[in-house]
Design a protein around this ligand. Structure first.
Ligand code: C2E
Ligand code: MG
Ligand code: MG
Ligand code: MG
Length: 283
């Protein structure tokens, strides 16, 4: 009996695995046509100066509205696009659209674009970025590229040479999701980063425990020591923002200051020549 049950369980898993594989293949296929079908669009999340509340830039986040399945999270489709290589086409589309948009904003508002390991390590990535900057006429100092540490692990020397080429173009490079995954302090020294983005998971736990406060404080100290500005991701509450103000964190991003939204929602900022400050969120 146990044996047949075992087989049943095995068949169940096999069937389930089969469904997952099929699902993945469908998404992989659909991803290749998503841009042509107009299913992809960009949303923008403000990045603010912690002390003044002023918006200094926006991070671009990709959204996929599948014609039959509705919205699909980047956490699900980005890894599939990376594995299939579709991220190369999609990523170039994101970069071009984001730079074109940002070129219409008042100086010095900046745009931050996420770049995955597959893109960074692809041949001629820096050349492609150079072309996009040239075509869109966005000044390179107004573009920031966000990469995570996983992008460095696969091929450190290639990552380093591409990052150097990117730096030579005049843009900035931010380390995204700092403190998660394969964090290594030596990465901050070995690669030409301009900014550290502390992962939102630390910020969200800052109220609850002193260990997390100590971690955030030490990342801020690390940034100061290395001369790298630190941005806190995922700021949701006034208490979290108050902590960051007290600890002299330079910049922040999160639902408290603004959820990712269509750029039209921020017209007041992107169509003015003077950049207004956000209303003070700290009670
Ligand atoms: P990320 O670059 O670390 O982006 C931050 C994520 O946190 C975004 O999720 C954003 O919507 C979310 N977020 C922002 N503020 C808050 C907050 O206050 N609370 C909470 N709970 N979440 C907040 P999203 O848009 O789902 O993107 C997830 C990840 O997908 C991104 O993480 C990034 O790694 C990747 N991604 C998104 N767009 C692109 C893209 O165009 N290209 C590439 N290569 N990756 C992308
Ligand atoms: Mg990011
Ligand atoms: Mg992040
Ligand atoms: Mg992330």
């Amino acid at each position: 009996k146990a044996k047949s049950e075992g087989r049943g369980t095995y068949r169940f898993f096999e069937a389930k695995l089969g469904t997952q594989v099929r699902e993945r293949r469908i998404l992989e296929h659909d991803l290749r046509h998503a841009i042509a079908r107009g299913e992809m669009h960009l949303v923008y999340q403000p990045q603010t100066d912690v002390q003044s509340g002023a918006i200094f830039g926006f991070e671009v986040l990709l959204r996929w509205q599948h014609s039959e399945r509705g919205p699909i999270s980047p956490a699900l489709f980005i890894p599939i696009a990376e594995e299939s290589g579709a991220i190369l086409q999609i990523g170039e589309w994101v970069l071009r659209a984001a730079c074109r948009e940002a070129a219409s904003w008042p100086n010095p508002l900046s745009v931050a674009v996420n770049v995955s390991a597959v893109q960074l390590l692809a041949p001629h990535f820096a050349q492609m970025v150079h072309e996009v900057l040239f075509q869109t006429e966005l000044r390179p100092e107004r573009l920031e590229i966000e990469i995570t540490e996983t992008a460095l692990i696969r091929d450190p020397s290639r990552a380093q040479s591409t990052l150097r080429q990117l730096k030579a173009l005049g843009l900035r490079i931010a380390m995204d999701d700092f403190g998660t995954g394969y964090s290594s302090l030596s990465n901050l020294r070995a690669y030409p980063f301009d900014k550290i983005k502390i992962d939102g998971s630390f910020i969200r736990a800052v109220d609850e425990n002193e260990q997390t406060q100590a971690i955030v404080r030490s990342v801020l100290g690390l940034g100061r020591g290395l001369g790298l500005p630190v941005l806190a991701e995922g700021v949701e509450t006034a208490e979290e923002l108050r902590f960051l103000i007290e600890e002299n964190c330079q910049s922040a991003q999160g639902y408290l200051m603004g959820r990712p939204a269509a750029i039209e929602q921020f017209a007041e900022h992107t169509h003015n020549t003077t950049v207004p400050a956000l209303t003070d969120k700290v009670a």
